[in-house]
Design a protein around this ligand. Structure first.
Ligand code: ADP
Length: 230
């Protein structure tokens, strides 16, 4: 199967003199995988997330998403690629306050060009998919942290992107809510979505079938199965 993400000796440097936040990463992620990218603060996780999510371009090496070299795409094409192919979930949920769950989720379809009535119908279906069919008209301040993150996940998957990128998705949650979110990510993966979770949390990473460990902008471990994280 062709990889959904392919990085070939990718580097990203910042500043002058340059700091190599990503110092030559080669990795492939295949459709259907559920992967953790795990490393301590400052190891280059955000930099890698931005490269995998086509929010940023490499300063050297080749980053391909769905076989497309991001350096061959202009900003507009990259935005379109993101809108159709990638759902993003963040630690801070990033929901609009004062807006109902269903409208927050429907907004996830604004850039995909879907008529308004269809947006609402699909938002309801996405909320049902994450177990929030009974919270459609609740606003973020009427929801628990775990429920807010479910709304954010529904918004990320409402357009059925093949790839879901989650940045510390349990970082703001208590243990029970965090576990439920990890279960939901497993469920979405079983339904066919490729999922990449960025985290500093070794315990979270250990619950996922593949763990890519990074330090100082480099991969220091890539393990599948039950082994401990490198
Ligand atoms: P993590 O997400 O694992 O905490 P980051 O990717 O944010 O790591 O950062 C990796 C390294 O790159 C750090 O040393 C950080 O200081 C540096 N870095 C990240 N972004 C920038 C930036 N915009 N300008 C300068 N240095 C940066």
């Amino acid at each position: 199967m062709n990889p959904i993400i392919s990085l070939e000796d990718v580097q990203r440097s910042y500043g002058d003199p340059p700091v190599l936040a990503c110092a030559g990463v080669t990795l492939q992620i295949t459709p259907g995988e559920l992967v953790a990218i795990v490393g301590p603060s400052g190891s280059g996780k955000s930099t890698l997330l931005n490269l995998i999510g086509s929010l940023d371009r490499p300063t050297a090496g080749i980053a391909r998403i769905d076989g497309l070299d991001v350096n061959d795409l202009d900003d507009r094409s990259l935005s379109a690629l993101r809108a159709h192919r990638i759902g993003f979930v963040f630690q801070q949920f990033h929901l609009a306050e004062g807006v109902t769950a269903v409208d927050n989720v429907a907004d996830g379809l604004l850039y995909v060009g879907i008529p308004r009535g269809d947006r609402r119908r699909r938002a309801v279906a996405a909320l049902e998919r994450v177990g929030l069919g009974h919270r459609l008209d609740h606003r973020p301040n009427q929801l628990s942290g775990g429920e807010r993150q479910r709304v954010a996940i529904a918004r990320a998957v409402v357009g059925d992107p093949p790839l879901l990128l989650a940045d510390e998705p349990t970082g703001n949650l208590d243990t029970a809510s965090g576990t439920a979110i990890v279960d939901l990510l497993h469920e979405l993966n079983r339904q066919g979505t490729t999922v990449v979770v960025i985290t500093h949390d070794v315990g979270l990473a250990a619950q996922l079938p593949r763990r890519i460990a990074i330090r100082d902008g480099r991969i220091v471990g890539d393990s599948v199965g039950e082994e401990a994280v490198a």
